[in-house]
Design a protein around this ligand. Sequence first.
Ligand SMILES: Nc1ncnc2c1ncn2[C@@H]1O[C@H](COP(=O)(O)OP(=O)(O)OP(=O)(O)O)[C@@H](O)[C@H]1O
Ligand SMILES: [Mg+2]
Length: 489
Amino acid sequence: MATAVPARRRRVESFRTEVQFFRIHEDAPSTEDTEMNESALQDDDDAELDGELVDDEGQESECSESSEEEVPDDSHFQQDMENLQDCFAGFRQKYRLIKRIGEGTFSTVYKAEDLLYDSYDNSWDLDKETEKWTPPPLKSFSGQSSATLDYQSQSQRRRKPKYVAIKKIYVTSSPSRILNELELLHDLRGCRSVCPLITAFRWTDQVIAILPYFRHADFREYFRNMTRPDMAIYLRSLFTALASVHSHNILHRDIKPTNFLYDPGSRRGVLVDFGLAEREGYDCKPCICHDDPVTRKRKLRPLISDKEKEGYPREDTRHSRRANRAGTRGFRAPEVLFKCTEQSTKIDIWSVGVILLTILSKRFPFFNSADDIEAMIEIATIFGRQRMQAAALLHGCMLQTTIPTIGRSGFSFEGIVLWSTDRNETKDKLPEDERLAVEFLSRCMELDPSRRISAEEALEHPFLRMGLDESVEEASDAGDDDEMDMLKV
Ligand SMILES: Nc1ncnc2c1ncn2[C@@H]1O[C@H](COP(=O)(O)OP(=O)(O)OP(=O)(O)O)[C@@H](O)[C@H]1O
Ligand SMILES: [Mg+2]
């Protein structure tokens, strides 16, 4: 049935050629089918092949794995959902919209049932693999042949509905930004712990990306209760994603808890939202942070000789500097704040460090600044004036401050964690495993990006290995192969 089961992967692979069509950003010649891939032009008969699986009572199978309730959205979103279904031809045959699950700066995300799941090659589906370990219970009937039993167990089996997340990108996003997000997701297909792109559709200026739906919990609900192995498993999953992304020389640029969908129950996580991601080296100009120390010192000499002159120059003749500052305040690395023109994948590692600092200090958000200057002050308060000035110089910036809360040497992470968790910084000591976590934190939050740990190195750090080893032990104790599957994610 080769024609009846078109491979979705094939559709995604042919995406590059179709991108040209998209890049022009013209309306589709026909509004009949605006899917981005030619090979995706589906025969309407496909819908019939799917044949809705029904349970014993002849009812459509309901969500059996999600604890979320299908609460109707308010009228604005109901209207939005109606429009979405009406605009994209064939939408209702492909997807059943359930509810709105997220609203970001650049998109609204909906949960929907994938009605044509069985008509496609779903090799991206991780759950398909794990499902083989949890088959539905089979009823035994005495006096019936095994063929009859097989048939009955098949027909009585309730098929779990398959869900997708439909990301409707706002029309105000620039076409190049949308194209960039979809292209990078396409390049990252098959990367572990990275949300794969199933397909995408366009109708006039409206683009929707179809992603597998990942059940996840709100970070604010679980981060305070995480044990050290929980933290290690969470971070292992996040660093696994980053190691893949960075090995493709891609910077995510917006690492934060809402972009890492984590399910504490299954302890699985996926990285989403490549809306701000970009390739390393894109739109870059050389920054002295990449020079060797001797050359850097030579280039900095004129700046340092000006050090004595305090205040603002009457006429500032310095060139203004343009650098990418995308990302979320509070998670921005110091080099982003110092407008480094040659940013690297290490900016993502800093952001993970901020997540770990949040978990260890049990404070969310940890940083809470109104602008980049305040963000610098927050970081300088922790690291102290001396180290922050050295970090600024790395990128050719001079930092001077008389703010009294910024001390000369700042605070240690150990002290911050003790203080923020109501322990006495002078009397109390961190337990061994927490000290290891703090040591790992300091490797992620190195001010100098060249000294900051990489995602690959992080995966080998004893703190992250601790979580791995304990989980493997737990899994083998319980004889539970699912746990092993989880660790592969
Ligand atoms: N594949 C998915 N499965 C389940 N939920 C998802 C999925 N993708 C996105 N979401 C939900 O939608 C939210 C917004 O998605 P996303 O971050 O991709 O959009 P955004 O507009 O770029 O958001 P923001 O600007 O807030 O970063 C996520 O935080 C998450 O709650
Ligand atoms: Mg997001």
